[in-house]
Design a protein around this ligand. Sequence first.
Ligand code: ZN
Length: 86
Amino acid sequence: MKEEDAEHGTYASYQQCLKRPEGTCEPCRKAGAEYMRQWRKDRPLAYGRERAKTNARGRAWARLAHMQPTLFQALYQEELERGEAS
Ligand SMILES: [Zn+2]
């Protein structure tokens, strides 16, 4: 798809551009980044909550792995092998 075939440089076109095998074009990449910048600016509380949840999840996983290292290692290995099989 040539960049002049369709509209580019908007958040909507960015969503479409993401699906291209060659990846996003420069105008769409910029539009996507600007959208996210604006999103974080408009919703600092929601963004902060999401980040806090992600951080808490990471810490909980680390603690679980520390408490149950053998079980965690076995599950991790199982998932790695499953990932390779599919
Ligand atoms: Zn594009």
